[in-house]
Design a protein around this ligand. Structure first.
Ligand SMILES: Nc1ncnc2c1ncn2[C@@H]1O[C@H](COP(=O)(O)OP(=O)(O)OP(=O)(O)O)[C@@H](O)[C@H]1O
Ligand SMILES: [Mg+2]
Length: 244
């Protein structure tokens, strides 16, 4: 069985305050698929992504990763396979230096120091941040933090890559670099984004969320042509598809 597939089965999630942010989410991503997760602020995208590696566990329903149902007991296995880049890099970076942050995951996987060093250099190079390796994360700009937080996840060489707003705060060159590295990642990828150009360019499949539900799931190209649907979900066509 491929360990690269990710399935949500009727997942519901209620925050401790009582708000039900996920209201019956079902979908499956198969090996190598790239899907965008879009929807207005507050639609539930980040809440959904936090379920992919068990940072939140469903109130009801289940999440299955490569045949393993996510529970407290299976968390450690699933966390090694699913790499989640948070919306806010400050939640991802907590070590004194960038290279220690990137080394943290691989070190926990029991790799040798040589292997760890190699992974750190490779991941930082991939996001164009190798020159920042000795810096303290809190001294970095928002975009630099974002790039480094992506590197911390790449260094784990995950089977499934999950990213929450990977291009927010990035300048055009860093954004392009990030898009290129997501493109090079050949495994299953799920990306929550408000960047419709990115969705159109990178993700053949798109899931649209509204008020805790997936209201559309299909070919990105087709969904972006459905103006009524976009309007109802507060979304816009990517520039390249606008015909006036
Ligand atoms: N820790 C929390 N406690 C209570 N409610 C929360 C919490 N985090 C999020 N929510 C609520 O859950 C809903 C979904 O939030 P979520 O962050 O998943 O949305 P989102 O689609 O990621 O939005 P954005 O595009 O702004 O990032 C919102 O109504 C939000 O207020
Ligand atoms: Mg969010």
């Amino acid at each position: 069985m491929s360990h690269h597939f990710l399935r949500f089965e009727q997942v519901r999630y209620r925050y401790p305050g009582g708000y039900e942010a996920l209201r019956g989410i079902s979908f499956e991503l198969t090996h190598g698929e790239k899907a965008a997760l879009v929807g207005m602020n507050g639609a539930g995208k980040s809440t959904l992504l936090l379920h992919t590696n068990g940072l939140l566990l469903p109130t009801d329903g289940r999440v299955v990763m490569g045949g393993i149902t996510l529970t407290r007991r299976t968390l450690p296995i699933v966390r090694q396979a699913v790499g989640l880049v948070f919306q806010d890099p400050d939640n991802q970076l907590f070590m004194p230096t960038v290279e220690e942050d990137v080394a943290f995951g691989p070190a926990n996987m029991g790799l040798t120091s040589g292997e760890i060093e190699e992974r750190v250099a490779e991941a930082l190079r991939a996001v164009g941040a190798l020159h920042l390796r000795k810096c303290a994360p809190y001294q970095l700009s928002g975009g630099q933090k974002k790039s480094v937080s992506i590197a911390t996840v790449l260094a784990m060489q995950p089977s499934v890559l999950v990213m929450d707003e990977p291009t927010s705060n990035l300048d055009p060159r860093a954004r392009r670099q990030t898009i290129d590295l997501i493109r090079r990642f050949t495994h299953t990828t799920l990306i929550a984004t408000h960047d419709m150009e990115l969705a159109a360019e990178l993700c053949p499949r798109m899931l649209i969320m509204k008020e805790g539900e997936i209201v559309a799931d299909g070919l990105t190209e087709r969904l972006f042509r459905d103006r009524e649907l976009l309007e109802a979900c507060g979304l816009e066509q990517p520039c390249r598809m606008r015909t006036g």
